[in-house]
Design a protein. Sequence first.
Length: 159
Amino acid sequence: MENPTLYRRRLIPDECILLKDDVILHVDEDCIITSWKALHPKKDLHHGFSMYLLKEGIKVSKFLKEDDTLLYWYCDIVTYEKDEIRNTITSVDLLADVIIYPDGFVKVVDLDELVQALNELKITNELLTDSLLKLNHLLSVIYAGDFHTFTDQIDHMVK
């Protein structure tokens, strides 16, 4: 598979960004792994790695500080739009996110944005259902103690 051009589309705010500076480290039919520098650097967030799980509708990102220490794992619930002719993949953020801190604390965030998107008709009932089912699957993996199956793949690829 030839490296696709990657885009990130958000519903809130409504934007689509070409991820022109992301470096694709691995690509196959199941996943894409990238390295990146923060688009909007924050106090602690400097760079990281992302794994696009193309069949599961999850993007798992390792957020790192400038000194390469783990800030946290950030999981986006997404759907993917593929354009085979243009060889592009757009990751559409379905708003529900999960943060896993180095101490194992799990935090679900942005469910209010999911409700806002529904109220503003920016998300269909079908995508809302898809988002919640994927969120449930991800939380089941985390609570079963199997989140390492995702993180191990990223860590193996970036060594």
